[in-house]
Design a protein around this ligand. Structure first.
Ligand SMILES: NC(=O)c1ccc[n+]([C@@H]2O[C@H](COP(=O)([O-])OP(=O)(O)OC[C@H]3O[C@@H](n4cnc5c(N)ncnc54)[C@H](OP(=O)(O)O)[C@@H]3O)[C@@H](O)[C@H]2O)c1
Length: 271
């Protein structure tokens, strides 16, 4: 399905999404229009397409005139100023907001309940095509809109359809998750450094071990428990390490980490 896309806020996330669409030939440059309040954003946006065919609009109101899909990728604190400028969009225009904590009820209140709207939570690995994107839809969204959503975010990773009430858990797990994973990678690398590995190699091995383990789990279809059994032979090194790990309060700490992040997500949505 061909569509015309407006991107409001061509910062880190907006540009990463556009780059994915161009790289994978999902949408041609002439069907994409960007706009951004930041004066330096224009050049960076236009340079995403080698043939220079991307379109630029001076204001959000101008951007939406020639598109049937609008991606809102400004910071949550900029939504109050932005949303009233989008009211004149065509009734059929699909809105996709990635602004954290901005609810479907708020989007409907400002844009109109009759419009199809997705509230989406992507994460930063989307920038390297390995993202998790969770999406909640309002009642006006149809199968055709889901197809468009899948096209836009499917090129930058995996897409999950969730209910809006699940987005706080998503925010904690995959939204904030890259930072939690980075903590684990860094702690394991530091421990291996303490055991005698050079710092850089320890970090690279730690990273590759996380990546390889995730790939093995995904590609083999094994459960995490089955992988543990496969690696840990009786009386071996893994078993010795697991005795420490499984008798520690790691599970509890990770549970508290996710709980705190989800709670903060709920608070921000109410603010
Ligand atoms: N980065 C993440 O990890 C992540 C993960 C999930 C979701 N998100 C969401 O993604 C959204 C974008 O994040 P980002 O990291 O890409 O932010 P960003 O790099 O700061 O990009 C946002 C851009 O929007 C511009 N802008 C602000 N108000 C505008 C307006 N009224 N009209 C047009 N442009 C406007 C900003 O300009 P100024 O700089 O001049 O303000 C900035 O260039 C946020 O809502 C965030 O919650 C981010």
């Amino acid at each position: 399905m061909q569509f015309k896309l407006s991107v409001i806020g061509t910062g880190k996330m907006g540009n990463a999404i556009i780059k994915g669409l161009l790289d994978k030939n999902i949408l041609s440059a002439e069907h994409i229009t960007g706009t951004d309040a930041n004066g330096e954003a224009k050049q960076h946006f236009l340079s995403l397409a080698a043939n220079g065919q991307l379109n630029w609009a001076a204001t959000p109101a101008d951007t939406i005139k020639n598109s049937n899909v609008v991606l809102i990728s400004v910071k949550p604190q900029n939504m109050t100023e932005l949303l009233p400028q989008l009211k004149d969009a065509n009734d059929q225009t699909l809105f996709i907001s990635i602004a954290a904590g901005i609810t479907l009820a708020r989007l409907e209140a400002e844009l109109g309940k009759h419009r199809p709207i997705f509230r989406v939570m992507p994460n930063t690995p989307l920038m390297v095509g390995e993202g998790v994107t969770a999406c909640a839809a309002n009642s006006q969204v149809t199968a055709a809109h889901h197809e468009i959503l899948e096209k836009i975010f499917g090129v930058t990773g995996k897409v999950f359809i969730v209910s809006e009430s699940q987005l706080d858990a998503v925010t904690a797990l995959s939204g904030s998750g890259p930072a939690f994973m980075a903590c684990i990678v860094a702690a394991l690398a530091q421990a291996a450094y303490d055991e005698g590995l050079p710092q850089q190699e320890a970090l690279e091995m730690s990273l590759q071990t996380m990546r390889g383990s995730a790939a093995l789990l995904q590609q083999s279809g094994m459960t995490p428990e089955q992988l543990i059994v496969q690696v840990a032979s009786k009386g071996g090194t893994t078993e010795a390490g697991l005795k420490v790990l499984q008798n520690s309060d790691l599970s509890q700490v990770l549970a508290q980490t996710i709980k705190a992040a989800a709670q903060r997500s709920r608070e921000l949505a109410k603010a």
